[in-house]
Ligand binder design. Structure first.
Ligand SMILES: NC(=O)c1ccc[n+]([C@@H]2O[C@H](COP(=O)([O-])OP(=O)(O)OC[C@H]3O[C@@H](n4cnc5c(N)ncnc54)[C@H](OP(=O)(O)O)[C@@H]3O)[C@@H](O)[C@H]2O)c1
Length: 598
């Protein structure tokens, strides 16, 4: 009767299984892996056992009230109650699922909200003094709430919302989807999101009730988000492993005896998200970045990479660029202090209220000092000294190792500092001189190799293309004759030929050709070259040197020629998948349509 016991629902796989594994190692008592299916549960227990981890098993289907009551009676009888309960079981329809929305709403809320509530109804009375209750919810619930009508938001966020009122609201959502009136009633088009808004709200209601009805029992009840985790639910692209996803639920399960906080909170990455559903003011920079990254990756699964260019300490504006596809880079301008962003926020579900962030430090003093040093020649002298003593080289290595360099580069890009510096260096001739020096010492060559090896080059190219910088640079170089001169130099030294071979070998050339064809760039370039007579001249040159003949032979050999004839007009990408929605970029209008309707 006296053993301490922990129970985790839906723990035969995914995050639940990882929670059980970790609890088995850290919880001073018995840990129960539970599953609705006895076979799948048994297999999971056996697989843990093969790792040397011992978990107990009990059948528990949260959608089946008799299964819940039987399990509650079992734990009450055998252990006198439960010390740790993790409500982890949950479901989500895949984005591509074509089940009608009303069905998705009904089924999703049944498990994630109503069945989890049944669990809480029957297990809270048997949670022992000092117990811990963790409801695995999601940030999606917070985001979803921000998409609800003002009236609904007000109710969910109020401190006096009751369990009955919440249940009525959740049922109202399900009912309204049946007549397709949910939008009119102020609900967004996400069943999973609404279910998690409900679960987070329920957690806060029940925590308040526990404090009131069992003030001396020291029970702590919280909701949490595990992050975006690689499981059957979220797919293989998610950044966190199930073990990483288990960190926060386990942390909340093992809050030390006597702790009074967190209680009734929404927790992520082991940190309370300020006011839970009320917004996330005062986030640390790390929190903010990881949360934003998570949000965007979740909303725009195709976005290959996200760079958060500006950080909080430096400037009251944060600019993120999200390459949605090759033609569209989405810029998010996040206002740190005013919640008045430049971007059409309705597309982003009112993320803005979550971004009321506090500390902003002025850059002015730093800039003033830099200008002074430049004026007096101090800077130049210092640079020479550092180069001479090898200090610079050492510093560069250190910064690369610690990731500082990368972060700085992002910062400078975000604030426009980089661009400004480039202009200054060009104006004073510094750039030209530096280029010569680097070429002479072989530094350039070495740097190029490094950047290619680490993928930095490729990333930079993508960024420049997205922002239009590349195009602008090309025009400038053409205007000043720099391009022509460079081409001659490269031809003379054989650099060009070598580069062409390299690009062919690595497949880079082929990738670039496809891209240019897709975006229409190639076609435009061809027209330009034809207009200026450049093409004709080039053709003559290639014929004279025998290059053309050689190229024709190569293309025939590799089948490229044939491929070209079948891929003249690839379709242009006009929309991307965003969560359950299709974001349509035609005519640059941001429209939303449901996947199933599309
Ligand atoms: N993965 C993420 O990125 C992510 C993000 C935020 C929140 N979450 C939440 O984290 C929790 C775990 O998700 P996961 O990613 O680990 O998903 P998962 O791999 O699909 O696992 C879900 C688990 O829940 C169980 N389950 C479903 N319905 C049940 C029921 N009626 N009774 C008992 N068990 C049931 C499943 O059992 P079966 O094997 O029998 O189906 C399975 O064990 C969910 O609440 C989810 O909403 C996940």
């Amino acid at each position: 009767m006296s053993s301490r016991v922990a129970v985790v629902t839906g723990s035969n796989k995914g995050i639940g299984l990882a929670i059980v594994r970790d609890l088995c190692k850290k919880f001073p008592g018995v840990v129960y892996l539970t599953a609705r299916d006895v076979g799948r549960g048994g297999e999971a227990v056996a697989s843990l056992s093969s790792e040397g981890v011992t978990a107990m098993f009990h059948q528990l289907d949260i959608n089946d009230l008799s299964s819940i009551t039987a399990a509650a009676a079992y734990f009450k009888d055998k252990y006198g109650g439960v010390d740790v309960l993790v409500n982890n079981a949950g479901i989500a329809f895949k984005v591509a699922d074509d089940a009608p929305f009303a069905v998705q709403a009904d089924v999703t809320l049944k498990t994630n909200f109503f069945a989890t509530r049944d669990m809480l109804t029957h297990f809270l009375p048997i949670i022992k003094a000092g117990g811990r209750v963790v409801n695995v919810s999601s940030f999606v619930g917070v985001r979803t709430l921000n998409m609800c009508s003002a009236a609904l938001q007000q109710r969910f966020r109020s401190d006096d919302i009751t369990e009955d009122e919440l249940v009525t609201l959740m049922q109202q959502f399900v009912d309204k989807t049946k007549t397709a009136e949910h939008k009119q009633a102020g609900w967004p088009e996400t069943a999973y999101g609404v279910s998690k808004t409900g679960l987070t709200t329920l957690s806060m209601i029940l925590a308040r009730r526990l404090s009131k009805e069992r003030p001396n029992d020291g029970i702590l009840l919280n909701a949490c988000c595990p992050g975006w985790v690689r499981t059957d639910m979220a797919g293989p692209k998610a950044p966190k492993s199930p073990e990483e996803g288990a960190v926060t639920p386990v942390y909340l399960s093992l809050l030390p005896a006597g702790a009074t906080d967190p209680h009734g909170k929404f927790v992520s990455d082991k940190e309370v998200q300020a006011d839970g559903l009320k917004g996330c003011g005062g986030l640390s920079r790390m929190d903010f970045c990881s949360r934003l990254r998570w949000f965007i990756e979740w909303t725009f699964p195709p976005a290959g990479s996200l760079s958060i260019c500006q950080t909080l300490e430096r400037q009251p504006l944060i600019r993120c660029s999200v390459p949605l596809n090759r033609q569209v880079v989405l810029y998010l301008y996040l206002s740190v202090d005013s919640a008045a962003p430049v971007f059409p926020w309705e597309r982003f579900n009112n993320l803005a209220p979550d971004l009321r962030l506090a500390t902003v430090t002025s850059r002015t003093s730093v800039e003033r000092e830099e200008t002074r040093r430049r004026g007096t020649g101090e800077e130049e002298e210092e640079v020479k000294r550092r180069r001479g003593t090898g200090e610079e080289e050492e510093e560069v290595k250190r910064r690369r190792g610690t990731g500082e360099e990368e972060e700085e580069v992002k910062r400078r890009r975000g604030t426009g500092e980089e661009e400004e510096e480039v202009k200054r260096r060009r104006g004073t001739g510094e750039e030209e001189e530096e280029v010569k020096r680097r070429r002479g010492t072989g530094e350039e060559e070495e740097e190029v190799k490094r950047r290619r090896g680490t993928g930095e080059e490729e990333e930079e190219v993508k960024r420049r293309r997205g922002t239009g910088e590349e195009e602008e640079e090309v025009k400038r170089r053409r205007g000043t004759g720099e391009e022509e001169e460079e081409v001659k130099r490269r031809r003379g030294t054989g650099e060009e030929e070598e580069e062409v071979k390299r690009r062919r070998g690595t497949g880079e050339e082929e990738g670039e050709v496809k891209r240019r064809r897709g975006t229409g760039e190639e076609e435009e370039e061809v027209k330009r070259r034809r207009g200026t007579g450049e093409e004709e001249e080039e053709v003559k040159r290639r014929r004279g040197t025998g290059e053309e003949e050689e190229e024709v032979k190569r293309r025939r050999g590799t089948g490229e020629e044939e491929e070209e004839q079948t891929h003249i007009n690839p379709p242009h990408v006009t929309s991307v998948r965003a969560g359950g929605d299709i974001v349509d970029f035609r005519e640059r209008q941001y429209q939303t349509t449901r996947t199933v309707a599309a």
